[in-house]
Design a protein around this ligand. Structure first.
Ligand SMILES: [Fe+2]
Length: 148
């Protein structure tokens, strides 16, 4: 019962966070992965999180640095570039620790579906329009190539 209570609270807090902040390119590019390959949305979000952060880094550097300062105040003297790179690395480490695959190959997504993914992902404009960096088709393609 304690574990169930904790999961319930975690889901509630997650819902509050998403409602307050909205979601962006990670979730947009995840939708085709759930719809066609039945990859759980949280798993595909985890796989795409770091690659999308890398693509967004220049548009979000100052915000990422502020977040880094909150989470790791001992790193506050480092450069913004250093903070962002290490934050992205922390995300990758968490995904790895959770034993979530870094590649869509683990879900039998064929590399030949790249252009279908780019087309489908780029159509989730409701969420892509929330992204701080407007992503081109080439940038969306690059993100998917990173995880295929
Ligand atoms: Fe989502």
């Amino acid at each position: 019962m304690k574990a169930k209570e904790s999961m319930l609270l975690g889901a509630h807090l997650g819902g509050l966070a998403i409602t307050a902040s909205g979601t962006t390119a990670v979730h947009a590019l995840s939708y085709p992965l759930g719809g066609r390959y039945h990859i759980p949305h949280g798993v595909s979000n985890a796989i795409l999180f770091a690659p999308v952060m890398r693509m967004n880094r220049d548009a979000c550097k100052e915000r990422f640095a502020v977040l880094s300062d909150i989470v790791w105040p001992e790193r506050s003297q480092k450069s913004d570039d250093w903070k962002v790179e290490h934050m992205i690395q922390e995300i990758e480490d968490i995904v790895s620790f959770m034993r979530i695959p870094a590649s869509l190959a683990a879900f039998n997504v064929p590399k030949e579906d790249l252009e279908w993914l780019v087309d489908a992902g780029s159509k989730v404009t409701r969420l892509l329009s929330n992204n701080r960096k407007e992503l081109t088709l080439d940038e969306i393609r690059s993100i998917y190539q990173t995880v295929l």
